[in-house]
Design a protein around this ligand. Structure first.
Ligand code: FES
Length: 354
């Protein structure tokens, strides 16, 4: 197996040939792999053209190279195509980060990449989130929501919006890149499903452990505020809701907005859900792996199918979450088997991973 040629760093005293310049611009290469939590890994990549074009909420299709991936007990450790949220590097315009949420064998293999490895990267793809001006926005996000908020939160605030962010994690140790999340929100309510609550670092932030919607309701009721104070952002002042996370989180927000929390919001609040459906080509209309039904919320009847890789942000009430759940579950048996097999392979080899 021949290694892919490396052209090294550009030398200031020698003009670069067109071939080398093209390779520098178009061959994404890993510069750093960092673990942020037990289930979140950041792959920092030098990819000048991709980094320059990245907008908030867009993502990339990433794979490792087949010919560079090791073979262990007859299994080639090659990833399938992963849809990964992109985050612009604050210091280097030619770099970006891909946030990997470890949920199965392919995503866990991302932790075996090393600085210098070339990768297959397509994108940025997907539609950037619409950035309104001077609105009060409630963001409800899980782990994927946190990855999206790394860029989106700052962009929303830069456009004059006020951001109230309910940041959901299963446990406190899942929190990652806290400072960047804080930069993107006026107030954060840290929500953990179980275990100890996250200790806020800023006076305006709150935290609680328990049911996500229960925490939103308690915030709205002022139960998370010091005695006698009202919350900084009453829910009836919210113009827009962005729900970014798993099918379960989208369902909780969809049901609560029209049910348990309906009396808290204004009637004309806009609710948008970011749909994370199964994907394959991510080329916005080629393979149809990402097709997602929408339905009329009044009748419950399906109205149209959309390519969610071409528009992940959809009116929350229209998203057919039963369809999304079924599509996400369609390969579950194979995914569990691959995951268990990878556990076994990791015990059989000294492959280095973060
Ligand atoms: S993933 Fe192929 S068309 Fe959307």
């Amino acid at each position: 197996m021949e290694p892919i040629p490396s052209y090294g760093a550009p030398q200031a005293d020698r003009p670069l040939s067109l071939t080398v310049r093209k390779t520098e611009a178009w061959q994404p290469r890993v510069t750093q792999v960092k673990r942020h939590s037990p289930s979140v890994v950041e792959i920092e990549v030098r990819a000048p053209l991709a980094a320059r074009n990245l907008r908030p909420s867009q993502f990339f299709r990433m794979q490792n190279f087949e010919r560079l991936s090791p073979v262990v007990e007859g299994s080639r450790l090659q990833t399938e195509a992963l849809a990964l949220t992109g985050v612009r590097n604050e210091h280097d315009p030619e770099r970006l980060s891909l946030m990997v949420l470890e949920v199965g064998a392919s995503s866990r293999l991302a932790a075996t990449l090393h600085a210098g490895d070339p990768i297959v990267l397509m994108g940025p793809t997907g539609k950037p989130t619409d950035i309104p001006h001077n609105e009060t926005i409630l963001v409800a996000g899980g782990r994927r929501g946190a990855a999206v908020m790394m860029m989106l939160g700052s962009a929303l605030r830069a456009a004059g919006n006020r951001v109230l962010y309910f940041a959901g994690f299963r446990t406190a140790d899942e929190l990652y890149m806290r400072e960047r999340l804080e930069h993107g929100a006026d107030t954060i309510v840290w929500c953990t499903a179980s275990g100890p609550a996250i200790i806020p670092h800023r006076p305006q932030d709150r935290s609680m452990s328990g049911d996500f919607i229960e925490i939103v309701q308690r915030y709205a009721d002022g139960a998370l505020e010091p005695q006698g104070q009202a919350p900084a952002f009453p829910l009836d002042s919210i113009d827009r809701i962005l729900a970014i996370g798993s099918e379960r989180l989208l369902r909780m927000v969809q049901e609560a907005r029209t049910g348990r929390l309906s009396g808290y919001f204004c009637k004309d609040v806009r609710a948008i859900g970011s749909v994370g459906s199964p994907m394959q080509c991510m080329l916005q209309g080629v393979c149809a792996q990402c097709l997602q039904w929408q339905r009329d919320p009044a009748t419950g009847r399906r109205t149209r199918a959309v390519f969610s890789c071409a528009g992940q942000d959809q009116p929350l009430d229209w998203v057919d979450l039963d369809n999304l759940d079924a599509r996400l579950a369609q390969n579950r048996v194979q995914e569990r088997l691959s995951d268990a097999w990878l556990d076994y392979l990791f015990t059989r080899t000294g492959i280095v991973r973060v």
